[in-house]
Structures are given as C-alpha cells and as structure tokens.
Design a protein around this ligand. Sequence first.
Ligand code: IMP
Length: 185
Amino acid sequence: MIAFVTTNEGKFREVSTKLAEAHVKLVHEDRTYPEIQTDRLEKVVRFAATILDDQIRGDYLIDDSGLFLEEFGGFPGVYSSYVYKRLACAGVLKLLHGARNRAARFETVFLLRTSEEHDVFHGECRGSIAERERGSGGFGFDPIFVPEGATKTFAEMTLTEKNAVSHRARAVDALVAHLLARKER
Ligand code: IMP
C-alpha cells in the first residue's frame, strides 16, 4: 500500500485508477507540504520529501507537475500552480493570443519513498493549446490542452482517455515498471 500525498482530488483519481489496473493500492493522504520555488520539478519533490519523511510512516508518493509553453521558453513550467491561481485557463489563452506557436507539454515528476530510498519517475505529454476552453472534466489546465494526435482537450476526455496518453499516466507506467522490477529481485 502506498499513500499518495496530495490535496488534488483529480490527481488522486487518475493515479489510483491507473495503479489499480496494476493491482497496486493507493490511499489518499490529503495534506499540503512545502513547495520550494526552483527551476526544476524534480527539486520540488526532492525538497518536499525531506519534510514528509519525518511526518509520514510507510511508503508514500508525491507528484509535481507543470505546463510548459514553447512560445515562452517553457514558462510557466515550475510556476504553473501560481499562474493557474492568478490567471487560470483564460489568462493563458490571453497570453497566447495571436501567437504562432501554440505547442505545449505537460510534465509530471513523481517521488516514491519506500523504507530504504527515494525514487523519482518522469512522464511527459506533448500537445498544443486550444483556441478556447473546451470540456468540463479533469482539472487545472485540462480545458485548454489538446494532446498530440487528439482533437479533444483533456477536459473533454473521460478519465480512461486521459489516462491513456497523459504525462501523469506515463509517470505511473515508470513507477509500475520499477515496482515490478523490485518484486522480481
Ligand atoms: P502542481 O504544482 O503539480 O499541483 O501543478 C501545477 C499546476 O498545473 C496546477 O495549477 C495544476 O492544476 C496544473 N496541472 C497539473 N497537472 C495537470 C493536469 O494533468 N492537467 C491540467 N492541469 C494540471
């Protein structure tokens, strides 16, 4: 059993559903932890783990994600939660108004703490920013993100459809591969 430390219900739903397919049970640990301002998602989870290690017994998982816009050299990236709080989807659409390059990617970094170590897993999903908000599913920037090869935004997809291609689902794949390899050792 792994505790997923997050206040984000949407993240928990995505990760627990996908992990259940691999017969890994996830419980929701609904609490906040310090998120430092830095240039890489991985540094955010590594710092958070130094705090959570003393607070949580047993195995736990944390997720830090970001939306990277090509037009702005990757911004908001590690600042995505601040930009979402201040500008939301409408603000990102405004920033990109008239821009030629609407390419974007989502990235997720997971950190898994087990008794002996910290392991980090990455997932990425390339796509583009839609012209307007579409759909009511998911969370965060989902209404404006269209993954490569799709026409729907993440918010127009079912959980299963988003989980088939998303950055977070790719990170879950890497996590599951690690758990399987560890079992075989
Ligand atoms: P966090 O710091 O990992 O919680 O995420 C940074 C920001 O990106 C938050 O505003 C989230 O709502 C948003 N975000 C993270 N993952 C996703 C996703 O899968 N879809 C849409 N927005 C996301």
